[in-house]
Design a protein around this ligand. Structure first.
Ligand SMILES: NC(=O)C1=CN([C@@H]2O[C@H](COP(=O)(O)OP(=O)(O)OC[C@H]3O[C@@H](n4cnc5c(N)ncnc54)[C@H](OP(=O)(O)O)[C@@H]3O)[C@@H](O)[C@H]2O)C=CC1
Ligand SMILES: Nc1nc(=O)c2c([nH]1)NC[C@@H]1CN(c3ccc(C(=O)N[C@@H](CCC(=O)O)C(=O)O)cc3)C=[N+]21
Ligand SMILES: [Mg+2]
Length: 281
């Protein structure tokens, strides 16, 4: 039996269409919803994401302002720009593409963003609200994973969920969200012993490591749901996930591909957060 392949691209399209409708009805006296995107330096992958974000904005009816700054931009200059965007009434969302160049402190920049404009959900206020179950911005990739499962009728309540990765932008927030969905959650990382055996207990396995095709079928229980967050290049330079798709598709019950899985959902949820920031204004 081969797994159901979850079409993240299609679900993301559905969400963007819903948002486009919503924005059409909302836009009136308040002016157009606006996202400011800040990119520092020449990272090629970042440029691709930023372009995808702009295209999504255009589609949904969100105005995007883009600030593409040279690698040599100082921390003070980035902070000054964030302050300026915080102050502007016509800017509803601010996204500073990570990672920033090494001479700039990511945490300091994130903390400077007005939490009400923090559509990435990275500010400590938003992270705190998520962990105590209060309303706020939830980071886009984890929010996208939950939405993907809901719209694919995947039951989360009472299920055994194992996450590989404990980063602030994926592993930790997805753990909080899966708890909120009443899953039993295990978070694993590079010091976890017997990783494949722990993963094999999972009904839902979420993988966010950053290593091409790391997860093979030895990690996957028969019929499990496998969510692949990884974005890597394989030995031929082709985009691939952290999961060895060809190997795992045989044992999993459902699986997300890379590309066209979690990635497009991240962008759809960013659009959703921008509309939310605009509505709250
Ligand atoms: N699709 C999307 O929208 C997005 C995709 N990504 C992708 O997801 C992946 C993960 O990103 P991110 O969370 O930022 O990465 P980080 O590098 O911040 O975190 C990686 C995590 O994986 C763990 N890890 C590394 N090696 C192993 C190993 N051999 N065994 C078990 N655990 C291991 C690390 O453990 P430890 O903490 O012990 O070091 C760490 O917790 C990347 O490929 C990234 O490109 C990221 C964001 C959005
Ligand atoms: N402040 C900030 N917020 C982020 O949300 C953020 C970030 N920084 N830095 C980098 C990561 C990564 N990320 C992705 C977004 C879309 C795709 C995506 O659209 N992927 C397509 C393929 C894209 C391609 O062709 O390369 C897919 O998987 O189908 C992937 C990864 C957001 N991130
Ligand atoms: Mg840095």
């Amino acid at each position: 039996m081969s797994a159901e392949i979850i079409n993240g691209k299609q679900i993301a399209e559905d969400i963007k269409n819903e948002l486009k409708d919503k924005v059409e009805h909302l836009v009136s006296a308040k002016g157009q919803p606006t996202l400011a995107v800040v990119l520092v330096g020449e990272d090629q992958a970042s440029k691709v994401y930023v372009r995808n974000k702009k295209l999504a904005c255009e589609y949904v009816g969100i105005r995007s302002l883009s600030y593409e700054l040279p690698e040599a931009t100082t921390q003070e200059e980035v902070l000054a720009l964030v302050h300026e965007l915080n102050e502007r009434d016509d800017v509803h969302g601010i996204l500073v593409q990570l990672p920033l160049p090494a001479h700039i402190d990511d945490d300091l920049v994130i903390m400077t963003i007005d939490p009400r404009k923090d559509v990435d959900g990275f500010h400590p206020i938003n992270v705190g609200n998520l962990s105590i179950g209060h309303d706020g911005f939830v980071s886009c990739t984890p929010a996208g994973i939950i939405e993907l499962m809901k719209r694919s009728q995947i039951e989360m309540s009472g299920k055994n969920c194992v996450i590989i990765g404990r980063s602030n932008i994926v592993g930790k927030p997805i753990a909080m969200l899966m708890l909120r969905e009443h899953a039993t959650v295990t978070v694993t990382h590079s010091r976890t012993k017997n990783l494949s055996q722990v993963c094999k207990q999972a009904d839902i396995l979420i993988v966010a490591i950053g290593r091409a095709k790391f997860v093979t079928k030895e990690f996957v229980k028969e019929g499990a749901v496998v969510i692949d967050v990884g974005i890597n290049r394989d030995e031929n330079g082709k985009l691939c996930g952290d999961v060895d798709f060809e190997d795992c598709v045989e044992v999993a019950g459902a699986i997300t591909p890379v590309p066209k899985g979690v990635g497009p959902m991240t962008i759809a949820m960013l659009m959703s957060n921008c509309v939310k920031a605009y509505e709250k204004k």
